[in-house]
Design a protein around this ligand. Structure first.
Ligand code: SF4
Ligand code: SF4
Length: 175
């Protein structure tokens, strides 16, 4: 495992803590220091240009609460509620669209990939639609570039061969 993948694994394992800290800071910034919600929308969306849709699962206070509720009661109604709240969020729309164009991308090294499928099992999107999405099968849609990927980075941290990385990709290329 490369040093970079080790860092990503540490980040991914502590994502909810990071999300809670940033989420509470954003909440306090808005409620106590009167930071405009437009700033949050602007910065959250602009981050999508660099990293893709990172706001939802790494920074959003609402997302943190929704994920907590889904974990406490993993039934369909909370899943649907989570999807509905994102439909109304401009940050999710803009940064989700930017997943295709962001500087940082999840990239596959096909030369080292052993086709074990562990990355697909770790991804919440491929588990929803196994017929459509795959991180390593070249004839299928890359979930990391689709609107719904929130850059949880679990695919990268779970790959036992270090075949997936999250790094700057110019020109825009992921497989
Ligand atoms: S987990 Fe890694 S080695 Fe296995 S299929 Fe995915 S990219 Fe390839
Ligand atoms: S970061 Fe990887 S595991 Fe997470 S949603 Fe995107 S493609 Fe799936």
């Amino acid at each position: 495992m490369s040093t970079k993948q080790k860092y990503i694994t540490v980040l991914s394992n502590n994502r909810r803590i990071i999300q809670a800290v940033i989420g509470v800071s954003i909440y306090l910034g808005i409620s106590q220091f009167q930071i405009s919600l437009w700033w949050v929308v602007g910065v959250g969306s602009a981050l999508g240009i660099i990293w893709g849709k990172v706001f939802c699962r790494w920074m959003c206070p609402m997302g943190f609460i929704m994920e907590l509720m889904m974990k406490m009661s993993p039934n369909d109604s909370f899943q649907k509620m989570y999807q509905y709240h994102k439909i109304g969020c401009p940050i999710a729309w803009i940064s989700g669209w930017l997943n295709k164009f962001s500087f940082y991308k999840i990239q596959l090294n096909a030369a080292t990939c052993k086709n074990c499928g562990i990355c697909d099992k770790a991804c919440y999107m491929t588990s929803i639609d196994k017929q459509k999405f795959s991180l390593y099968k070249p004839d299928m849609t890359n979930p990391a570039e689709s609107f719904s990927c929130s850059k949880c980075l679990e695919c990268v941290s779970e790959c036992p061969n270090g075949s997936l990385t999250y790094k700057i990709a110019l020109p825009y290329k992921s497989k």
